[in-house]
Design a protein around this ligand. Sequence first.
Ligand SMILES: C[S@@+](CC[C@H](N)C(=O)[O-])C[C@H]1O[C@@H](n2cnc3c(N)ncnc32)[C@H](O)[C@@H]1O
Length: 277
Amino acid sequence: MTNNTLTEKEYSDFCSYLEKHCGIVLGQSKQYLVRSRLSPLLSQYDCASLSDLIKKVMDIRQRELRAVVIDAMTTNETLWFRDRYPFELLTKRLLPEFSKLNRPLRIWSSASSSGQEPYSIIMTCLEYKAKNPGCLARGFEVLGTDISMSMLNHCKKGEYDSLALGRGLSKERLQKYFIPSSQGCYQVKPEVQRHAKFRQFNLLDSFAILGKFDIIFCRNVLIYFSPEIKRQIFGNFAKAANSRGYLMLGASESINGLTTEFEMDRCAAGIVYRSIK
Ligand SMILES: C[S@@+](CC[C@H](N)C(=O)[O-])C[C@H]1O[C@@H](n2cnc3c(N)ncnc32)[C@H](O)[C@@H]1O
């Protein structure tokens, strides 16, 4: 056995551990994923083998290691204005509905990854406001949360390299909302950043500390969770949504069979869900 092979039991214990702490269901035959994502941590945490690392992380006192391992096991794939239709829906349908709100509009990007989703939402709101003077007069706030601390640090810094910028961001928006920083990177301008708040948050935890939202984005994360966990999260979204608030899921995700607290709202641009209360 090499230093990065796991026994069946070690693998299945690690799968249960991961699901319990962050909801991610690895499924069978994903040993290669565990190997490729955790092996780089071995020397850093003074472990001779992958089984050592797995044993160590399961020790309840190893809170820092737990966060690092969960961070390594998350998939952070994202891009600007992903799938386009959610942002079209925001502009054409959701923002006009909230345009006369006599308090700031609250939007939550609940799996914000490196920030492309929350910043795309902010750019969409800024463009809507510019085209519709007097609308959203009390302002808006976008809360970005993610379980991964490294992703949140990325969000807070708001700095992106050419590879990340090349994925879904137009030249016009790059010029308008970013300033050049170091080594070909660009940073989000302060006037965009001032609408964003970021904090670490695990979707398995109680939502009560976050307050209520008019629009919740939860895209491309529920696909990793079991139906039971999805049910629990939808229940919490229903409590966190303001009356008739909206829930935007990823293109391949749906509430079917998992909650009756939201109803489908099929618009020309695509599907959004709406709290029934
Ligand atoms: C594939 S990215 C999706 C990013 C963005 N929403 C999008 O659609 O482009 C999934 C994100 O979910 C986060 N994540 C995974 N499990 C989580 C959990 N239990 N609580 C909060 N975030 C989680 C990961 O860290 C990752 O950044």
